[in-house]
Design a protein around this ligand. Structure first.
Ligand SMILES: O=c1ccn([C@@H]2O[C@H](COP(=O)(O)OP(=O)(O)O[C@H]3O[C@H](CO)[C@@H](O)[C@H](O)[C@H]3O)[C@@H](O)[C@H]2O)c(=O)[nH]1
Ligand SMILES: [Mn+2]
Length: 720
């Protein structure tokens, strides 16, 4: 780099002006309409009339739902206030010898749900990052304490001797071996794709990879996710004594000690052990955190992140650079919204325009600075970076074992926030990333969202209904509990960060409350339709325009965002549907779990998601067919609510034809029709589909019968 370059910025932030104007105009119109709606509801509640007396309860419930929806809507607008995008110029970074060292942390927990070969692919992709090898250190935390994983690491280290030089020689962009070898020939973006030497080399490496794969497969399978094992720490190195010809990043296997009697705090606990262990080995000022399934899909990510950490204008307050979570197994119409489109496009970009996004999975952090002073042990460490090669020869490593033991944290502040200092990743919640990011922001740290055109990390998304809803239950419990504990964004946050930023956090903790209005609006208006109780204005009443406007404006805004972020009309309706399904199931269970935990009836739990592929189930997802083989606690409410909507619609039409009050009941009829149309795949699953993923008759028949009988009973009761 010559000195003239030094004046050029490493990154630029652009405000998206047109989008900003569209968003603010929408906010103005929609909020005005909401005010009219409140006016309409309040007028009814305060009027003196007979109809008010008999319809009070359903009116209050529907109004309460509208109030909750409006609040969640207001929080959601904070993301749309100032959307930005960024350009990054890694070519302007200082030379390699001036780059700071990085420790990469990868977590795995369970070799049955997280296949060892895939974890090793992530490890290899991280080792192959385009970064000076002496400045890169890769640590794998294995919470399963599995010999299979340790064996995998040794084999991966051997394979890396071939793989890393191959990647650099041919400047590969795709440095995850599995992804590289499974990519189609046309996708080979190497500049050498047509050279015969390259093809020959590729073939040779492919054979080595196959052998490596076989080796891992052949190793005996063992028990998974043990909660009781001693610590194992090993610097992985070549067994053949002698100098490595290839310079390689340091590779360390860490399995912390676990005892059933000691809480291990899941991923946050694992990361904190890595923070301690790495600090006596490589002690880099920056860490890159990866889940075991999030392989590096582009070797330049660390350099991209450095464009922010080394930018003098922002680096002093910058705590982490967040990359969007992207997944390698997303289908075109993504029926479960496994990619979380809105979060990683609309919402994180919006927060980036405020004080920065929430921490979510894959990120590069600057932690040591304030983390160092908060702990006696770390304080004693030298801040200067030395890669101590002596560790390479010493496998006993007394100190790291102490740091990875269960007892080490007893009586310490690890996992807590103490007078504005965070000691590692926080333990108070199963969404440790959300909470740690939130508390960092509360302490005036900022973050940035780094979204290069090519996805830099790719993970495995959950792609069947059951996994999606189980993962959702864990997340929404974790998020909601942060809305009702001392970290409430509207109290703790509001006094420590700007209003809009705390509203963004408030949305994250309170959107699980969608369960209340969705349950309400899927039942009350329908039951009232059956019994001829109007809850909305007549078609001839001008107020009907307000309701229609709010409904359409919400749907159209959502559609605009889906289309703008690369989605299709199909994707839009899929998002509407999965939002309804999730709201009435995992949002509800998440909130209940959080409440039960608060009163002390339930313990925190973290079931890692399944990352191994099941071909038959994957195929269903790829074909846009819902996999209804989910637990009954999810299927029963979905089915019961759907039955209520269909039966009440049929009963409602019959009643309207008999009585002739269509204009009074019109909106309620429309609401039921909307629910039925959006959830049409349930009918398919019930009566049309013949495949494995259809709704099982043995569940469906009793649920439908019971619902219809209850409805009939309810109708009779009203008529008495
Ligand atoms: O006791 C545990 C449990 C999990 N993990 C690891 O944590 C990571 C995330 O677990 P996963 O099952 O993939 O959960 P997800 O819901 O997919 O993870 C998302 O949500 C988590 C918070 O709930 C974040 O920590 C993750 O970064 C984010 O990708 C994986 O690498 C696990 O191996 C551990 O190391 N120890
Ligand atoms: Mn995951």
């Amino acid at each position: 780099m010559d000195s003239s370059d030094r004046s050029l910025p490493l990154n630029i932030c652009h405000v998206q002006k047109l989008l900003l104007m569209v968003n603010r105009l929408y906010m103005l119109l929609h909020s005005t309409a909401l005010l009219f709606l409140f006016h309409y509801r309040l007028c009814f509640l305060f009027q003196q009339s007979e109809s008010r007396e008999s319809h009070l309860l359903p009116w209050i419930l529907v109004f309460a739902s509208e109030i909750i929806l409006s609040f969640v809507w207001i929080f959601d607008q904070a993301y749309r206030w100032r959307p930005v995008s960024r350009s990054v110029f890694p070519q302007r970074l200082p030379q390699d010898d001036k780059l700071p060292p990085i420790d990469v942390f990868i977590c795995t927990a369970d070799p049955t749900k997280e296949p060892t070969l895939d974890v090793m692919n992530t490890v290899l992709s991280a080792m192959a990052l385009d970064y000076p090898a002496q400045k890169l250190h890769v640590y794998l935390s294995d919470d399963g304490g599995s010999p299979m994983t340790l064996h995998g690491m040794r084999e991966a280290r051997k394979f890396a001797r071939w793989w890393l030089p191959f990647c650099t020689r041919y400047k590969l962009r795709n440095r995850c071996p599995k992804a590289y070898f499974s990519a189609l020939e046309e996708d080979d973006h190497s500049d050498f794709a047509t050279s015969s030497v390259y093809m020959a080399d590729k073939q040779k490496i492919k054979e080595k990879y196959e052998a490596f794969k076989e080796d891992i497969k052949a190793f005996r399978k063992d028990r998974a996710f043990s909660r009781d094992h001693t610590s194992v720490i090993e610097v992985i190195q070549e067994s053949i004594i002698g100098v490595d010809i290839v310079e390689m990043p340091l590779l360390v296997y860490v399995s912390r000690e676990k005892k059933p009697s000691h809480p291990h705090h899941f991923k946050a606990g694992a990361l904190n052990v890595l923070l301690r262990v790495s600090s006596v080995m490589s002690n880099s000022p920056y860490i890159l955190v990866l889940d075991c399934d999030m392989f590096c899909n582009d070797p330049t990510s660390a350099r991209y992140a450095m464009c922010f950490h080394l930018d003098p204008k922002i680096s002093s307050s910058l705590s982490f650079v967040q990359f969007p979570q992207k997944f390698h197994n997303i289908s075109k119409n993504d029926i479960y919204d496994s990619q979380m489109r809105s979060l990683f496009t609309v919402q994180w970009r919006g927060m980036d325009g405020l004080k920065g996004p929430v921490m979510s999975g894959t990120d590069l952090l600057q932690l040591k600075e304030y983390f160092g002073t908060s702990n006696e042990f770390i304080k004693s460490l030298t801040q200067n970076y030395i890669r101590d090669l002596a560790f390479g020869k010493n496998t006993l490593l007394e100190e790291p074992h102490l740091l990875a033991s269960c007892e080490y944290e007893i009586g310490s502040k690890w996992g807590q926030e103490e007078s504005r200092l965070l000691v590692g990743f926080l333990y108070d919640s199963v969404v440790e990333d959300y909470l740690t990011g939130f508390v960092l922001h509360s302490n005036r740290w900022t973050s940035v969202f780094c979204e290069p055109p090519r996805p830099h990390f790719l993970g495995s998304a959950t792609t069947n209904l059951n996994d999606v809803l189980i993962q959702g239950t864990r997340w929404y419990c974790g998020l909601f509990e942060n809305g009702i504990n001392r970290f409430c964004p509207l109290i703790y946050g509001l006094s420590r960060m700007p209003l809009l930023q705390s509203l963004c956090f408030a949305w994250l903790t309170y959107f699980p409350l969608y369960c209340l209005p969705l349950w309400c609006l899927a039942t009350i208006p329908q039951l009232c339709l059956l019994n001829g109780i109007p809850l909305y204005p007549k078609v001839s009443d001008p107020f009907v325009i307000i309701f229609v406007f709010i409904f359409l404006s919400a749907l159209l805004k959502h559609l605009q965002e889906v289309l703008l972020t690369g989605g299709t009309l199909h994707k839009w309706i899929n998002e509407q549907r999965i939002w309804m399904m999730k709201s009435v199931t995992c949002h509800l269970y998440g909130c209940l779990d959080a409440l039960l935990k608060k009163v002390g009836v339930r313990e925190a739990s973290f079931l890692p998601t399944n990352k191994s592929e099941d071909n038959e189930r994957t195929l269903l997802y790829q074909m846009d067919k819902y996999d209804f083989r989910a637990s009954n606690i999810f299927i029963v409410p979905i089915l019961a609510l759907f039955t209520i909507n269909i039966s009440c619609f049929v009963g409602g039409v019959y009643r309207v034809l008999l009585v002739g009050d269509c204009d009074k009941m019109f909106i309620q009829l429309c609401l039921a029709v909307f629910v039925i149309i959006v959830n049409y795949p349930i009918i398919e699953g019930l009566v049309i589909r013949k495949d494995q993923g259809r709704i099982s008759k043995s569940v469906a028949i009793p649920v439908i019968l019971a619902t219809v009988v209850l409805l009939a009973f309810f109708k009779l009761l009203r008529n008495v």
